[in-house]
Design a protein around this ligand. Structure first.
Ligand SMILES: [Zn+2]
Length: 157
């Protein structure tokens, strides 16, 4: 079993055999299984290997619940490193959208409130309750207007 660890945000996610990549919480790492054995990883992701048999044994109640896990040293036969998501240009483009969680803390709530009726990008592979992406021009406009909490009338896109 392989997991993806992001050295930027410390998130750990399970890789899936899938057409699309899974992302860590900060979006700087992504990966998937290409086959049942070969992992594909990008960004700041590192692959953790877990000893499958030990893991299964540790899962059931017994005196020894330990199992081995390790970082797979690259290059490795079972890991393919990708620097861009060549299989899906759309996702790569979407990944560049800024996120509200990365704004200064004091700006997050007022900006989110101001943005409540604005169109926002939806990024594939991210849970709906984790979607906090915005278009950079909306943020620029919000700052230019002095960080209001209400939309200025007639200023629609
Ligand atoms: Zn991350």
């Amino acid at each position: 079993m392989k997991l993806l660890y992001c050295i930027a945000c410390q998130d750990i996610i399970r890789l899936r055999l899938s057409e699309t990549h899974r992302y860590c919480e900060c979006g700087k790492s992504w990966g998937r299984y290409r086959t049942g054995r070969i992992a594909e990883v990008g960004g700041k992701g590192r692959i953790i290997g877990i000893h499958n048999i030990q893991f299964s044994k540790a899962l059931v109640p017994n005196p020894d619940t330990r199992f081995e896990a390790w970082f797979i040293q690259e290059p490795a036969e079972s890991v393919r490193r990708i620097n861009s998501i060549e299989s899906s240009g759309v996702m790569q483009e979407q990944l560049e959208y800024p996120r509200m969680r990365n704004l200064p803390t004091e700006e997050q709530a007022p900006f989110a409130y101001w943005m409540r009726d604005q169109t926002r990008p939806v990024v594939e592979g991210i849970r709906m309750d984790e979607q906090d992406f915005f278009y950079p021009w909306d943020y620029e406009r919000w700052k230019e207007q002095g960080r209001p909490t209400e939309q200025i009338a007639g200023d629609e896109d």
